[in-house]
Design a protein around this ligand. Structure first.
Ligand SMILES: Cc1ncc(COP(=O)(O)O)c(C=O)c1O
Length: 438
């Protein structure tokens, strides 16, 4: 039995459902994947056995088991990423929180530039813009001070070409500028699945600037099907991803390189983040990492079940991309026919090989709402429409959200060639009935 597609659909309870006699065709995996029974069972086990206090506050039978679960999951994720120590694995709510944490705790020198790309998810763009804005506000507020207060931190967006690829040469050229202190890159774009040459980008950053440049990787769209080695080619300072995009519970993970763990300030504070405090002092003694970054009680069921999700993925990860490619090819071909007919446009590189798990198209909003979406829904096809949280790319391309929108189909391990063909068939049918407009 194949470890992908039809061979594993029985492991996912949600795929056993039917509506109007048809099974679900779930193609919204870039947002959230479905969960295998093993992960659901792990959550169930947690609540059935020891749904108790964690964070090492209580010392009793159940609390000890909770923390054993946390420890085991942290170690499992450490191994999965090939991190040096468990302290480098920090649990967060999601990728968004992980990236906000990094942006907030870095103490950047005055005049720093944060270099990022034109197709960032809002979660790897707005946290940096917020720092830029708050530093600017500090400077403005303090116009009567003798010395400027704000640090004048600036976000710079590296433009991309017509087909939305990362320009490695332009990136490398910007690295020579010492004001560039942070590069914040996605490993794969959620706009269209485009996979950046991340290894080359990190190697260039290290070659030009060594450890003086902070490399932040938004790996949300890549961890679900690509192995990362943070001691090897993926030698980032920070790497963030969401376990709910890889078959696990709603949970985020931040990998933070060991060197930063002690020097970085705290993001959220409260329970589990201090070892000593005093009423009248301004300072307190921070707890050791990773706890100093994990304020308050956590989703211990989710953390425990993340281990099952990693186990499930680890067994299959090396073949996922090869499984997805033929599905991507079938759908890309259909979208290119839509393009030819003047109905819609493919977003991003033409070759499916460059886009991995995603096929996105751009089309008139009215056509999507009135023609395409109902046709997909009639056959239980679930996908994403709108701007996929890449608002700035859509505005930069001059796309008026009232007139045009995106449709994103994203595949995962349990999708089949037959499903891709079914969606391609729907696209062809609706195209045949649609006059050219795109
Ligand atoms: C590339 C990328 N970064 C960040 C995020 C944010 O993830 P989350 O909503 O899990 O925080 C997403 C979500 O789709 C994403 O695709």
């Amino acid at each position: 039995m194949s470890p992908y597609g039809a061979g594993i659909r029985h492991l996912f309870p949600a795929l056993q459902r039917t509506r109007r006699g048809l099974p679900p065709v779930y193609l919204d995996n870039a947002c959230m994947t479905l969960r295998p029974q093993a992960v659901i069972q792990a959550i169930h086990d947690h609540y059935s056995r020891h749904p108790a206090c964690g964070g090492e506050r209580s010392r009793h039978w159940f609390a000890d088991e909770v923390m054993e679960g946390v420890q085991a999951s942290r170690e499992r994720l450490r191994r999965f990423l090939n991190a040096r120590s468990e302290a480098e694995v920090i649990f967060t709510r999601n990728t968004t929180e992980a990236l906000n944490l990094v942006a907030r705790v870095l103490d950047l020198p005055r005049g720093s530039v944060i270099l990022t790309t034109a197709f960032e998810h809002n979660s790897n763009f707005l946290p940096w813009k917020l720092i830029e804005r708050s530093e600017r506000a500090r400077t403005r507020r303090c116009h009567v001070c003798h010395a400027p207060q704000g640090k004048e931190v600036r976000v710079e967006v590296l433009p991309c070409g017509e087909d939305n690829r990362f320009d490695l040469a332009a990136f490398e050229a910007r690295l020579a500028d010492e004001r560039v202190r942070v590069v914040a890159l996605p490993a794969a774009a959620n706009l269209n699945g485009y996979r950046l040459p991340l290894g080359e980008a990190i190697a260039a950053a290290r070659r030009v600037r060594g450890d003086s440049l902070i490399v932040v990787v938004d790996a949300a769209q890549a961890v679900p099907y690509r192995r990362f080695d943070v001691q090897g080619a993926d030698d980032a300072d920070f790497l963030a991803f969401s376990v709910h995009k890889m078959g696990g519970p709603a949970l985020g993970v931040l990998y933070a390189r060991r060197e930063h763990l002690v020097s970085l300030g705290q993001f959220l504070v409260g329970g589990s983040t201090v070892v000593d405090k005093v009423y009248h002092d301004r300072d307190w003694v921070e707890d050791a990492p990773p706890r100093k970054f994990e304020a308050g009680l956590q989703d211990y069921a989710g953390i425990a079940a993340s281990r099952s999700a990693v186990d499930f993925l680890d067994e299959r990860i090396d073949g996922i991309y090869d499984h997805l490619l033929p599905l991507n090819r079938v759908l890309t071909e259909a979208v290119l026919e839509l393009e030819e007919a003047g109905v819609a446009r493919l977003i991003g590189p033409r070759e499916p090989e460059a886009r991995g798990s995603i096929v996105s198209l751009l089309a008139p909003r009215d056509w999507i709402d009135r023609v395409l979406a109902p046709a997909l829904d009639a056959q239980n096809v679930m996908c994403r429409t709108g701007e996929f949280c890449v608002t700035s790319w859509f505005r930069w391309r001059g796309i008026d959200p009232r007139e045009r929108a995106g449709v994103r189909f994203s595949f995962y391990v349990y999708n089949t060639l037959e499903e891709a063909e079914r969606v391609a068939g729907i696209l062809r049918t609706v195209t045949a009935r649609t006059p050219a407009t795109a």
